[in-house]
Design a protein around this ligand. Structure first.
Ligand code: EPS
Length: 388
């Protein structure tokens, strides 16, 4: 399966084309919209989210509530475009000098300068518009489709925030995804511990007062994946590698870990690996899940636990020093309206990208053009794996 996205932050819309989903998958539009709404929320968002009210339109590949097997086109409109039509117009302006909101002072930490040099854009708005995390809205819509596909195979996903600006939520991961979903949905910072959540919000308020921004850590859990998604046989078929790449592709993400993650560096092997058990009910299982659901690039039947770290948003109201590319003089970087913390929203995005990679691996393993064939393949595999 594959997808492409297109769209600028202040252009008319975000678009995705998804290819390779089987026919006969029931798609519930309201479920996609629910995911879009989850991503829009979260403490620390800026004024833009008061303008947008993200809703998906499906323009092809679905008929009478079910996929047809043809490419699926998803669209999410940018309401804010109404205010940017001249600045973002496809047609050239009458007078190039009239173009407003040109970006000539690149923001440290953003794509502005590198993209400007690479693509030869002296108005770095051309870079900013596409590198903006607005693009994650359409990726959440794609992930919501993937989640509905995964549900047919008994796979479910939840996410939470474990840290913002140094404030940690050390609540152990609950076994029940429903519990994670319910509690995080009620938290403005999408964490499990209310007290930690309160302190995270204080930290966000403080950063805002200082004209600063905060990053953090999000954790995503997927339950129900069968043993053997991904493969050990080649580097680019290792599913943990693909998921790591997908998490790192989220705007502002700078690191990924599975299970105990970097903590493994401090422990001997006997305190890292997960002992194998067999029971009549469950078949093969593990005493612990320290490896986060992966061995040899393949799922091992335990919950997948992946964490990603998001750097603080580089658009600051108290801007850092930069250089104006026209004068080469030192300057404060451009001030653009922005969020001052988007970690809660990023946890929803992280769920979405993990969902897509898992859906792709399920499609590869149980390949078929329609859900009927895929589910038959899945059942046959489950039976064989249980008897192994
Ligand atoms: C973003 C800057 C802000 C965010 C935006 C990402 O947008 P604006 O420049 O319009 O104020 O609100 O995020 C979204 C629009 C979104 O949907 O998440 C950036 O520079 O990355």
């Amino acid at each position: 399966m594959r997808f492409l996205t297109a769209g600028e932050s202040h252009g008319p819309q975000l678009t995705a084309i998804i290819e390779g989903l089987p026919s006969e998958l029931e798609l519930d539009l309201s479920e996609i919209n629910k995911e879009l709404k989850r991503r829009q929320g979260g403490y620390g968002r800026g004024r833009r989210m008061k303008i947008e009210s993200d809703h998906v339109q499906i323009l092809s590949g679905v008929r009478h509530g079910k996929t047809t097997g043809a490419p699926i086109v998803l669209v999410v409109e940018n309401r804010d475009w109404a205010h940017w039509q001249d600045i973002m117009s496809v047609e050239p302006p009458d007078q190039p000098s009239e173009v407003k909101k040109k970006v000539t002072k690149p923001r440290p930490g953003h794509a502005d300068l590198n993209g400007g040099i690479k693509y030869n854009h002296r108005d770095m708005r051309n870079v900013l518009e596409r590198s903006s995390a607005r693009e994650t809205a359409i990726r959440v819509a794609i992930g919501a489709v993937a989640k509905q596909f995964l549900k047919m195979f008994g796979i479910d996903i939840a996410g939470r925030v474990t840290e913002i600006g140094g404030v940690k939520d050390e609540t152990p991961l609950p076994a029940s995804l429903e519990e994670i979903k319910q509690v995080t949905e009620a938290s403005p910072v999408r964490c499990l511990d209310q007290e930690a959540g309160r302190r995270m919000m204080e930290a966000i308020d403080q950063a805002k007062k200082n004209g600063d921004s905060l990053g953090g850590i999000v954790e995503v859990v997927a339950q129900g994946a069968p043993i053997g998604l991904g493969s050990h046989v080649h580097y680019d078929r290792k599913l943990d590698g693909k998921i790591a790449g997908a998490v790192m592709s989220i705007n502002a993400f700078k690191g990924v870990e599975f299970g105990l993650g970097f903590e493994m560096a401090h422990r001997p092997g006997s305190e890292v690996h997960d002992e194998i058990l067999w029971t009549r009910d469950q078949g093969y299982t593990r005493r612990t899940n320290r490896l986060g659901g992966f061995e040899g690039g393949m799922t091992n039947g335990m919950p997948i636990v992946v964490r990603g770290v998001m750097k603080p948003i580089p658009t600051l109201y108290k801007p850092l020093q930069s250089v104006d590319i026209n004068t080469k003089e030192p300057f404060s970087a451009s001030i653009e309206r922005s969020d001052n913390c988007a970690v809660p929203a990023a946890s929803v995005v992280c769920e979405a990208v993990v969902a897509w990679e898992l859906a792709d691996s399920v499609s590869e393993k149980f390949g078929g053009d329609c859900m009927t064939d895929m589910l038959a393949n899945f059942k046959a595999y489950q039976k064989r794996a249980k008897a192994f």
